[in-house]
Design a protein around this ligand. Structure first.
Ligand SMILES: Cc1cc2nc3c(=O)[nH]c(=O)nc-3n(C[C@H](O)[C@H](O)[C@H](O)COP(=O)(O)OP(=O)(O)OC[C@H]3O[C@@H](n4cnc5c(N)ncnc54)[C@H](O)[C@@H]3O)c2cc1C
Length: 211
């Protein structure tokens, strides 16, 4: 239900595009159902129907899939094509194969939370998978993957938001959240500098970046 004038104004400028004609947006916005996005550039979106409209902010919610390479592993996969892995990120039943990042569905904790296809999960899972593959070759104990911290940081043109936890609680909004997103995108998600100490520190499975 759209109540405030500002919500109604926002929805007049909101275009919902969906390639299937199931359901519709309960708003006065112009819906484009049954047409997919063909082309996006800095200022517009062109649909498969040929229609083109101006857009300064585009939110893409089409979903993502694991790389087709996962299909070459004879093991169970989820609906995103991710390999189901055990707590050490090993693919059960396939000797010597660990899966990580977007290619794996792993339990993050013992509360029923599972990894998402995101940088923050992929970087930590990569550290555990690398550690565990090496540990297995060396015959030393492997370490169960866990994801102690989970945050979401969004920065759309109109504003920014930072939440913490799988049951998200808002911690920051506005400029401070925007600055945090910039720090994430320009520093935290990048691989370490090519120095031995920095590379080994980043590969430590127990390293937790606390924002
Ligand atoms: C447009 C977009 C925006 C995103 N924005 C965010 C965001 O804001 N925040 C966030 O947390 N996450 C975001 N993600 C998700 C995030 O990028 C991924 O979850 C993360 O990169 C997964 O890391 P990965 O190492 O598992 O896979 P990738 O980063 O995809 O790395 C896999 C690598 O394997 C290589 N590869 C694939 N097949 C083969 C093969 N057969 N042989 C050799 N190499 C191969 C690929 O070239 C690639 O370099 C975004 C993803 C997309 C597509």
């Amino acid at each position: 239900m759209l109540r405030s004038k500002s919500q109604k104004r926002f929805c007049k400028r909101l275009h919902l595009v969906r390639s299937i004609k199931f359901g519709s947006c309960p708003s006065p916005s112009p819906n484009r159902l049954g047409a997919g996005v063909e082309v996006m550039d800095q200022s517009s979106v062109t649909l498969s129907s040929g229609e083109r409209f101006e857009a300064s902010t585009v939110i893409w919610a089409a979903g993502i899939r694991a790389a087709p390479l996962t299909a070459q592993i004879p093991a169970e996969r989820d609906s995103f094509g991710r390999l189901m892995v055990d707590s050490d990120l090993r693919v059960p039943g396939v000797q010597g194969v660990f899966a990580t990042g977007d290619a794996a569905r792993a339990a993050c904790d013992n509360k029923g939370n599972y990894s998402l296809m995101s940088c923050q999960h992929a970087t930590r899972m990569g550290a555990f998978a690398g550690n565990n593959a090496a540990a297995e070759l060396l015959g030393i104990p492997t370490k169960p993957y866990h994801q102690k911290a989970y945050v979401t940081c969004l920065d759309l043109e109109a504003g920014a938001l930072f939440t913490r936890g799988c049951e998200p609680k808002v911690e920051m909004v506005g400029d401070v959240a925007k600055k945090t997103k910039q720090e994430i995108n320009t520093a935290w998600i990048y691989p370490p500098k090519p120095h031995r100490a920095a590379a080994l520190a980043a590969a430590d499975p127990e390293r937790v970046i606390d924002l």
